[in-house]
Design a binder for this molecule. Structure first.
Ligand SMILES: Cc1cc2nc3c(=O)[nH]c(=O)nc-3n(C[C@H](O)[C@H](O)[C@H](O)COP(=O)(O)OP(=O)(O)OC[C@H]3O[C@@H](n4cnc5c(N)ncnc54)[C@H](O)[C@@H]3O)c2cc1C
Ligand SMILES: NC(=O)c1ccc[n+]([C@@H]2O[C@H](COP(=O)([O-])OP(=O)(O)OC[C@H]3O[C@@H](n4cnc5c(N)ncnc54)[C@H](O)[C@@H]3O)[C@@H](O)[C@H]2O)c1
Length: 474
């Protein structure tokens, strides 16, 4: 079977990839490199490379970077426009690079259009240029990602001032007043970004506790930093209604039964994302989905049709680019390797919220370790007090803290929360230590470069603030 060029009415290939996300494109490149014929179908010509480089991780981190460079004398609107333009230039560079990277392979064909399954081996594609095409393949990889959830709050979906993260990142207009609904990854990052650009940001988080999954001391430190940046954080906020006026909109919410209003120029829902399976025709393919639309997969990412795999956000796993990448490792191991790799092999998976300084975490929190009945030691130090880390002073970022949760019996690292400069890099070293069962003592006694942030590990794991008493043996 050979893949033909775009423009024909029917293509057949060894592998069909639906969606140009991280997992799909990585698998397409690897499979194409072995000479297998691959057709990759991507709905939008603006999305080659998927969410992450176009409307997700990369542009949002670009905006974190630019927002930090604004000086008091810069006009906020003008500075914002220039930042958006620079970030969109990077996006264009990456989008093109992603396209060329795949189409440069002789055995890979990229088709631009929306794919809909018509049977377990075939999709019909409505191409962007109006044409239609069918693609048939032995093996199919579904990598269609996720889309933002907009809550069903009266007035919200119809509001002229509603902007999703994608729309906000692409808009050249800086909102003067921004309401963010939700206090998760997106909410925290966008609050920090827009406040720095000069918007007045209010975050409406529905939980009584800010960052409920983090330990209270870590959540408090994050809150102190955002408060210091000028972000208004309201916890326990139930949004009731959004009422548009001529030039702005009023968000009506209540806290503990008392009604409040907030008038803003833009409302960003940061209330999670759901798998993008609507209208994909999965029923025609015999692929089962869960209630939230996620494609059901086994530990090898095979769906209810064994020749169809689902990778990335669409399979309902953790929604991160590096998880989609790891999904491609599992699928490639099935198709080209020994077939041993599974989702259960991941162990500790790190995460980073890219506020400034970033909050990076891995493994168990203190509250989770306690709930699991472990005998633990807790080490913690504020960044400004870490003598072994002069870099924090050198780069004028001494905010935050570092915390380790250790197994008191084995000295193994159970988890860490690093709210500090360079935390997005540091957490990967801790992850490697957890994965390879390197003890806290070894982490402490390793030689690190100077002056680096990693040097903090020479000190913080011995700053024990709590140790559970030894368990009594009878
Ligand atoms: C603002 C924001 C910031 C983020 N920041 C980070 C971060 O810092 N770090 C991190 O790890 N993660 C981050 N994420 C999450 C990360 O972007 C996603 O987890 C990741 O991109 C998911 O990749 P994927 O492989 O599942 O698919 P995606 O990259 O979402 O790709 C799916 C593709 O499929 C296409 N598609 C959908 N339906 C069809 C169809 N029927 N036919 C053809 N094509 C179709 C879509 O157009 C899209 O291009 C962020 C997300 C957002 C929104
Ligand atoms: N740095 C990163 O890795 C990064 C950055 C941004 C986004 N992401 C990914 O994108 C996904 C989407 O981000 P997100 O922040 O929207 O999701 P999230 O799941 O992290 O947070 C959603 C928040 O919205 C709240 N919420 C949900 N429904 C609500 C409602 N009706 N009213 C009020 N609050 C409500 C939840 O309690 C939660 O705090 C995340 O799952 C994450 O995996 C990752």
């Amino acid at each position: 079977m050979t893949a033909s060029t775009e423009g024909q009415h029917h293509l057949s290939a060894d592998v069909l990839v639906v969606g140009f996300g991280k997992g799909g494109k990585t698998a397409a490149r690897a499979l194409g490199g072995t000479g297998k014929t691959v057709v990759l179908v991507e709905e939008s010509a603006r999305m080659y490379g998927g969410t992450c480089p176009n409307v997700g991780c990369v542009p949002s981190k670009g905006m974190v970077h630019h927002s930090r460079k604004r000086r008091p004398q810069d006009d906020p609107q003008r500075f914002y426009e220039q930042s958006v333009d620079k970030v969109q230039d990077v996006r264009e560079f990456m989008r093109q690079g992603n396209y060329d990277g795949l189409t440069g392979l002789e055995s890979v064909t990229v088709v631009t259009g929306k794919a809909v399954f018509t049977d377990p081996h075939t999709v019909a594609v409505s191409k962007a240029d109006g044409g239609r095409l069918t693609v048939t393949a032995e093996t199919v990889l579904v990598n269609t990602g996720s889309r933002p959830v907009v809550p069903d709050t009266p007035g919200l979906r119809a509001s002229r001032f509603l902007l999703t993260s994608t729309e906000l990142l692409e808009s050249r207009h800086l909102p003067q007043r921004l309401a963010i609904i939700g206090g998760g990854y997106l909410g925290l990052e966008f609050a920090a970004i827009y406040q720095r650009f000069g918007s007045r940001v209010t975050m409406l988080a529905r939980g009584e506790r800010f960052l409920p999954r983090a330990d209270a001391d870590v959540a408090e430190a994050v809150r102190t930093i955002l408060d210091g940046e000028g972000v208004t954080i309201v916890t326990g906020a139930q949004v009731r209604e959004v009422r548009d006026g001529a030039d702005d909109t009023t968000v009506v919410y209540d806290v503990g039964g008392t009604e409040h209003t907030l008038t803003v120029d833009a409302v960003l829902p940061a209330t999670g994302r759901v798998p993008a399976t609507d209208g994909l025709g999965l029923e025609s393919a015999g692929v089962r989905t869960a209630k939230d639309g996620a494609i059901e997969v086994d530990e090898h990412l095979r769906t209810s049709q064994p020749h169809i795999f689902a990778l990335g956000d669409v399979n309902g796993g953790p929604k991160f680019t590096y998880i989609s990448l790891d999904d491609s490792r599992i699928v490639l191991d099935q198709l080209l390797g020994e077939g041993k790799r599974t989702t259960a092999d991941r162990g500790a998976v790190p995460n980073t919220v890219f506020m400034t300084p970033p909050l990076a975490t891995v493994g168990m929190t203190e509250q989770e370790a306690r709930a699991a009945g472990r005998r633990i030691k807790v080490a913690r130090e504020n960044v400004e007090d870490i003598l072994a880390m002069p870099r924090a002073y050198a780069v004028e970022e001494t905010r935050g803290l570092m915390k380790f949760v250790l197994d008191a019996d084995t000295d193994l690292i159970l988890g860490a929360a690093l709210l500090s400069v360079d935390a997005q890099e540091l957490i990967n070293t801790v992850t490697l230590a957890i994965r390879h069962r390197i003890t806290a003592t070894e982490l402490r006694n390793t030689i690190y470069t100077h002056p680096s942030s990693t040097e903090a590990f020479n000190e913080v794991p011995r700053m024990i603030i709590h140790e559970d008493p030894p368990t009594e043996h009878h």
